[in-house]
Design a protein around this ligand. Sequence first.
Ligand code: AMP
Length: 558
Amino acid sequence: MDYGELVQVYEALGATPAKLEKTQILAELFRRIPPHLLPIIPHLITGDIFPEQEMELGIGPGLLYNAVSFVTGVGKGEIEDIIREEGDTGRAVKRLFERRPQKTLYTETLTVERVHEIFTSIARSKGSGAQDRKIKYLAELFSSATPLEAMYLVRTVLSELRVGVAEGLLRDAIALAFEVDVKAVERAFMLTNDLGLVAKVARESGEEGLRRLTVTVGRPLRPMLAQAAPSLEEALKEGDEVAVEIKYDGARVQIHKKGKDVRIFSRRLEDVTEALPDVAGYALASIGAGEAIVDGEAVAVDPETKRPRPFQEILRRFRRKYDIQQTAQEIPFETHIFDILYKDGELLIDRPFRERRKMLEALLKEEKGRFMLAKQLVTGDIKEAERFYHDALSMGHEGVMVKNLDARYVIGSRVGYMYKVKPVAETLDLVIIGAIWGEGKRRGWLSSYYLGARDELGEFRYVGRVATGVTEEQLEEYTRLLKPLIEFQDGKEVRLMPEVVVEVGYQEIQRSPKYDSGFALRFPRLIRLRDDKSPAEADTIERVEELYRKQGASKKDG
Ligand code: AMP
């Protein structure tokens, strides 16, 4: 299939804001394309390119511009000028391609298959010389692209496709295209995490085929997420009795065991097994099942005081590629397991939490101080719950989780059933979408960050700018992280690929007609990097609005 044909679909999708119309355009596409493209095209449309846990391109604006420069013969400086003028990288590249002399144009027609093949080669390019190979592959793509195709290739690479299609819409489209129940599509997606596969099965064997899809040990599932409860008392309303657990301040780990093989996945579904050999070892010894998937939190503890260590130290271990054993000794982990999703051929997510916990208790052979069950109290008594909460805080933990004992495990959703109760005011996890080069003492550093919240289509809308709460050390770290993401610069301001998630505190949320999100944070301050979260998991405008309303309510109360 010609890539140009897909690009026409992108254009049509971009041209209409109506969800129903978008769904129809996509359904029509899914029915029309050859079967071998069904596993591929949904990923291209969400902009993920690959099923989320598998691979990523690893291309930033710098590499991209090198390739564009190579193909168009235009210097990088001029390319950046044009991008600045256009205010949009995709459109700028289109303009550059329109200027190319005719004879060098489209010697070969670009196909979707070829695009996918080249993206795969790019993602697989690792080790020395990888950068050069990636540029070469990109250049190959661009050399047979029309200007409009080049624009969409650029947008795909930069994760800014802007066709206004989020996952939910794709699920609706698959259901519509192959006349299957959308609930069956949702469930199949939840269990496999692969929309392409779901589309293929829906087409080939309908609803029945979708029902047969299940989890695969070794393939990560999106974790169930927590909601914030306004108070312990409120959270206790979940049932006559609830489970109150310590909220460990570490990093989420989903552990898959199959025979002697253990795989550990982060909250972002990255395979972090290599970085955590100690956790993997304890998991192997402790999990008493041939096959199991369990959910937990890994925390770093101070070997002397036994208190939790800062979150940044945990991330250091997750990111580690060298000296792994040594880091494991310096920053020992304690893993607390709080849920089980699968055991020896049986999917457990639909069972009530109280049963899952029982199974977990029967399954785990605890290794004290290393690999344990999360500490839990089952109670309906507020006094007892409060005591547990205060004990947790005095041990240096963040707070508690309150869980509904009758609830199922809801993959990838923040649906209630599981609440966090913390003493501090609510914070927001936002994406850095732009920055400003510092002056004076902050010269040479990106020192002030534009923050975005996710809208319902997965794009980021401006909610405020943060410059305080940034230490010198952080400035250095943030500059190192953000610099490769610069798309273009205008004066002192830079636009960034939306990649980096940060936790932000603020004094108040206000309505703002000036900002495209409709909201503005008053006195935002940077708390920490949340690189355990992907941009897709950042807080939404809906959440900002919810907090805005809550704050109004509490003012009225007060
Ligand atoms: P937050 O990231 O602030 O939304 O808080 C929810 C996170 O707390 C979960 O994703 C887990 O990583 C973590 N957590 C720590 N202890 C527990 C626990 N006992 N049960 C569930 N989640 C926990």
